[in-house]
Design a protein around this ligand. Structure first.
Ligand code: GDP
Ligand code: IMO
Ligand code: MG
Length: 424
């Protein structure tokens, strides 16, 4: 059976969680391969809303195996809180169906503190607007080869040594650069210990688990977090997250071969949103932007911040197609566009006196492009009950067709509401 990779094609919050939850029905295992609890993936089933930050979005389907890959950064306290919340709803979150790779890096209390200090030290224009969850500092330690890995949570001697070594360096920064209290290694260990004791039971070999699913003929569903333009290499650097969010990392971040990635679904919100700092060429700071924000309920699922809103940007999406190779598009939140008399799509940018089809690559270049739009007629009908292409008004169909044409990738899925069933 073809495995599926789901990825965000814009700046995150495209509706990946909803689509993964829907596709999970046919999967045997669902894997997160990058990011951490900076993600907020919303699932709505029978009116009940569930926001997942770390646990794969297949968890509401009984019996499906949920795997947290080596490419993820895991905050032990957040993991424990999330399983407790799910268990209280009657969801099975036992190690029988939930596994954390022993190679997954662990977000430590000093990573969260460092994230806060770094952001506070930046001037208004330089602020990245991180989620404050310690994501960047944890990936920094991973790359610096001094990180704590999930397996270390079962080896207290090694864990204590790593904490002590990390704080030798970080306390110099806390004390002398950021002018705050140093952190005590013993206190950090005591803070992490109860969570470490609970997490031990979940540690496993995710790479082998994926192989087993494959051998038994089951489908593996890879769940991306964030979005392509938040990617550490290909995103709007430095206003990005600290992981590789593109589909190539689904293999590396979970421990399987790229040959396993057969069906690739780009999640495309029918307009564009961004939360945090950084350039956003098609951003609308007028009543249309406000309309999208309120109709779309565009508040961050992790931090509650208002999301910035704008028109669909085909330049950004074209780059996502080039980087991720989607076999199909899933267009989400099409219903939010109902009620607008006309719709715009940014098809090109004007940059340095030329028209360009792809984002220029110099730092912060996107802050200096001029979007070139084409205008399509809107529709007034409520489309939240549409369950097929033919149920859509003509102008909604024309909008989908134009997106398909601009990107050269077929639309395979359309979502017209937050509920699991509001999809065709
Ligand atoms: P993710 O991070 O990509 O999983 O997306 P988020 O969960 O952060 O944000 C998407 C929001 O849109 C959530 O509140 C979803 O419940 C909601 N949503 C998803 N698909 C649709 C849709 O087709 N229509 C509407 N109106 N809401 C949707
Ligand atoms: P999901 O998976 C939207 C943004 C933050 C900030 C930047 C860096 O729900 O789509 P970080 O804390 O990662 O160092 O912050 O990235 N960001 C997201 N924006 N959706 C997300 O995840 C995000 N995860 C991080 O707002 O601008
Ligand atoms: Mg989100």
């Amino acid at each position: 059976m073809s495995n599926i990779v789901v990825f965000g094609s814009q700046w995150g919050d495209e509706g990946k969680g909803k689509i993964v939850d829907m596709l999970a029905e046919k999967a045997a295992a669902i894997v997160r391969f990058q990011g951490g609890n900076n993600a907020g993936h919303t699932l709505v089933v029978g009116g009940d809303k569930c926001i997942l930050h770390l646990i794969p979005s297949g968890i509401l389907h009984p019996g499906k195996v949920c795997l947290i890959g080596n490419g993820v950064v895991l905050d032990p306290e957040v993991f424990c809180r999330e399983i407790d919340t799910l268990a209280a709803k009657g969801v099975d979150v036992t190690p029988r169906r939930l596994m954390i790779s022993k190679k997954t890096h662990v977000i430590m209390p000093y990573h969260r503190r460092m994230d806060g200090c770094r952001e506070a030290a930046r001037d208004a224009a330089g602020k990245i607007g991180t989620t404050g969850r310690g994501i960047g500092p944890c990936y920094e330690d991973k790359v610096a080869r001094v990180g704590v890995r999930a397996a270390d949570l079962a080896d207290f001697k090694l864990l204590q040594e790593k904490i002590a070594r990390a704080l030798e360096e970080k306390n110099v920064l806390f004390r002398h650069l950021f002018r705050c209290e140093p952190m005590d290694p013993a206190a950090v260990f005591e803070e992490i210990k109860p969570f470490a004791e609970r997490i031990r039971a979940y540690l496993g070999d995710v790479s082998t688990a994926i192989q087993k699913v494959k051998k038994s003929g089951g489908m593996v569903l890879f769940e991306g977090a964030q979005g392509t333009h938040l990617d550490i290499d290909h995103g709007t650097y430095p206003y990005v997250t600290s992981s590789s969010t593109v589909t190539g990392n689904a293999a590396s971040g979970s421990g399987c071969s790229p040959r396993e990635l057969t069906r690739i679904i780009a999640i495309v919100k029918a307009y564009t949103t961004r939360v945090g700092g950084g350039p956003f060429p098609s951003e609308l700071s007028d009543e249309v932007g406000d309309y999208l924000q309120s109709q779309g309920g565009e508040f961050g699922a992790t931090t509650g911040r208002k999301r910035r809103c704008g028109w669909l940007d085909a330049v950004v999406l074209r780059e996502s197609v080039r980087l991720n190779g989607p076999t199909e598009l899933a267009i989400t939140k099409l219903d939010v566009l109902s009620g607008l008399s006309e719709l715009k799509i940014c098809t090109r940018y004007r940059y340095g006196g030329e028209e360009v089809l792809y984002p220029p690559q110099e730092q912060n270049a996107l802050a200096h492009v001029e979007p070139i739009y084409e205008t399509l007629p809107g529709w007034n009908e409520d489309i939240t009950k549409a369950r097929g292409y033919d149920d859509l008004p003509e102008n909604a169909r024309a909008y989908l067709n134009r997106v398909e044409q601009l990107l050269g990738v077929p639309v395979g899925l359309v979502s017209v509401g937050p509920e699991r069933g509001q999809t065709f």
